[in-house]
Design a binder for this molecule. Structure first.
Ligand SMILES: [Cu+2]
Length: 270
């Protein structure tokens, strides 16, 4: 294929295209759900890592039980087929087997319960002295974020609304139904406290790769601790049905280095 002058693109336009593609590739490498995804998103917090580890632990037992039960079931169907075994068995009692099928499932349940409770309580653990405290307020149908640590007076605070970007306004590489106009910007590798509440009905603030899902209840403050272990952009959605536009109030967390975070705060102080 030769390039004729009529089909060649001007240089600045080519550069622009290359820039757009690079930007697209960069933007698509983020922590969001993928089409037809079956597994978890990559963990970005110790909490999510714990959830994934527990999931794998339980899956081990699940496969073991599944194979065993299938083996018994197929074996029973095979051996006790009416052609093979025309006279039905008259067994009504077997002490040994009854003791076995009580003790073994109890042991398995214990092996599942111990790591499960350990994780549950670890997730509930509150960091006593977090680096920053933020507030997420659910509205029909957007989120409001408040950084009250930087309040110098009642009138001045770092507060903003976070609305989904409508499909028509999306730029190349931005995620449909997931992108917002104002992201929740946080420092990476710092202990964060997030207070979650609602101004109207029940909402839920959830970001899968951070392992966080917290109900936003009107008249009540729920508290979660987050530690984002790497810089990046994390996508989540409202996870409690809250009305017509429930599907259109996504959550985007942007974790920056401490320096970039401080610059961001400086540039947003009113
Ligand atoms: Cu909702």
């Amino acid at each position: 294929m030769g390039s004729s002058p009529s089909s060649s693109i001007p240089l600045d336009e080519t550069a622009n295209e290359v820039f757009k593609i690079t930007e697209y590739l960069f933007l698509t490498i983020c922590d969001a759900a993928e089409p037809w995804q079956l597994g978890f998103q990559d963990a970005a917090s110790p909490m999510m890592q714990g959830i994934m580890d527990l999931h794998h632990d339980i899956f081990f037992f699940l496969i073991l039980i599944l194979v065993f039960v299938l083996w018994i079931l197929v074996g029973a169907l095979w051996h006790f087929h009416y052609k093979k075994n025309p006279i039905p068995q008259r067994i009504v009692h077997g002490t040994t087997i009854e003791i076995l099928w009580t003790i073994f499932p109890s042991l398995i349940l214990m092996f599942i319960a111990i790591p499960s409770f350990a994780l549950l309580y670890a997730m509930d653990e509150v960091v006593v002295d977090p680096a920053i405290t933020m507030k997420a307020i659910g509205h029909q149908w957007y989120w409001t974020y408040e950084y009250s640590d930087y309040n110098s007076s009642d009138e001045e605070s770092l507060t903003f609304d976070s609305y989904m970007i409508p499909e028509d306004d999306l730029e190349l590489g931005q995620l449909r139904l997931l992108e917002v106009d104002n992201r929740l910007v946080v420092p990476a590798n710092s202990h964060l406290r997030l207070l979650v509440t609602s101004a109207d009905v029940l909402h839920s603030w959830a970001v899968p790769s951070l392992g966080v899902k917290c109900d936003a209840v009107p008249g009540r403050l729920n508290q979660i601790s987050i530690l984002v272990q790497r810089e990046g952009v994390y996508y989540g959605q409202c996870s409690e049905i809250c009305g017509t536009n429930h599907a259109f109030m996504p959550i985007v967390v942007e974790a920056l280095s401490l320096k970039d975070y401080c610059d961001w705060v400086d540039s947003h102080q009113f």
